[in-house]
Design a protein. Structure first.
Length: 83
């Protein structure tokens, strides 16, 4: 389950209305950010219960990279997640 959630924990580098980060659909930037917020919320609950999976998925590194991207770009996702 955690690998599926972590597939949404990545930088939103695509500029424009649609994202192609998810291969099965094109998401609007706002939709993708909302999904990222929901994933972050789910990870807050699931990661402590699934520590082995979290470590195997390099969860800490992935979250730090996402945070670094948010801070460097000043995105709304970072502000919503961190506050």
């Amino acid at each position: 389950m955690l690998p599926a959630l972590f597939s949404y924990v990545k930088a939103n580098d695509e500029v424009g209305p649609a994202l192609t980060a998810v291969p099965t659909r094109d998401w609007m930037a706002a939709q993708y950010e909302e999904i990222q917020l929901l994933v972050m919320s789910a990870l807050c609950t699931l990661a402590p219960l699934m520590t082995d999976d979290y470590i195997n998925c390099h969860g800490g590194t992935r979250l730090l990279l996402m945070l670094e991207w948010c801070v460097s770009n000043g995105t709304a996702v970072c502000c919503s997640v961190c506050h």
